[in-house]
Design a protein around this ligand. Sequence first.
Ligand code: HEM
Length: 423
Amino acid sequence: MDLPPGPRAPAAWQTIAWMARPGAFLRGVHDRFGDPVTIRTYWTEEPMVLFSGPDAVREVFRLDPAIAPAGQSWEFLRPFAGPHSILLLDGEEHLRERRLLQTPFHGERMRALAPIVAELARRELGAWRGRVIALERMRQLTLEIILRVVFGAHDEQEAAQLRDAVEGTLASVRSMPRMLAMALVQRDLGPRSPWGRFRIAVEHFDALLIDVVARRRAERGGDSVLALLLEQRDEDGNAPTDRHLRDQLVALLVGGHDSSAASLAWAFERLARHPAVHARLRAGDPAYLDAVVKEVLRVRPALTIAPRRLLEPVRIGGRSLPAGIQVAACLWLALRRNDLWPDAAAFRPERWLEGAAPNPMSWIPFGGGVRRCPGHEFAEMEMREVLRAAADLTIRPVRPESERARRSMLVVTPHLGGEVVIV
Ligand code: HEM
């Protein structure tokens, strides 16, 4: 079975091109080879076929998880994510975990979290003066939001302790090549070796998390996500164990921290270069605010692909594909194709207020199917609250030219971190 065409360059070159300039790389392969295209990188041992047309994307998202599991793509995170992690599970176990984890992120319960997010956002943006690297500040803010809203840390001491432990542990996890190397070796060569240091950091972090779980359990009630997770019961009426809750907290941290920070950094990068959009935001129309959030997620999606590994041959987009390769819905291309989004490269929130709703299979910043981001409503609410708090600032770019996309661990960020000046 022939794979769709793609670059002949060695995997090392394609990996570097994707890391350094993910936008240009994806646009380049799409312009040259069309849809679908086969790429080879070091992320996966197998070649990966990228799809971006709505019909094929729907087929990728509908693949049976028994034939096309996604959990295996996160295997390298197991030492940190834990055995109960939604990220690593597939099939029935994955669906059960999703039902549990999704409950706090819906409707009324989720809306009740908005005032704390708004307050934290106002406090952060109220301190902005002069030159600001938005990505650094948004990493701080989205972590603070997770610690307060998800983990339910109330006082500064609890938050500070957790902040240090998270930063220390995530520093290892963010360094993807190191993480991959450590996952391969996993040999404890003493507390000074990379794996030894990582293991000690994770143990320290785990002890703190188990402590947080115990404290929330003792408090009974409260409106944090963890308080709601403590109310979960499985089919037999059993409450979750501490280890299970620990893995849920880590999944929410891994899923919700860098992705939200990257999207918000892009929001500032774009707003600084579009003063007319910012001025209209200031008028306070909630529909326009929502349109700005959606347009940022569309024009600069933080995650580029939703990959699945094929265990059996399948047909997608009318093509037969063999077992043993990866297939992916390419979020970046689907969100930026000119045939699906007129003038796709332009940052134009107005497009969301005119005309028909987009095809749901081309509006996929949060992925799709059974693995669609369970935090998507929360993430959009968080972005709305931060942008509402930013409406009154005057923001200018440090340089007029747009920042290009760069890959940082799993997400795509502005290459200078969204450098802006508050005037
Ligand atoms: C703008 C911010 C965000 C973006 C762009 C984003 C995007 C995504 C994407 C593309 C996926 C994979 C979907 C797939 O494979 O089909 C995903 C999964 C996930 N996200 Fe998000 N996400 C964001 C924020 C959040 C937040 C705030 C949380 C939680 C607090 C969260 C938790 C998760 C979890 C737990 C998964 C794994 C779901 C599973 O495997 O079933 N994400 N996200």
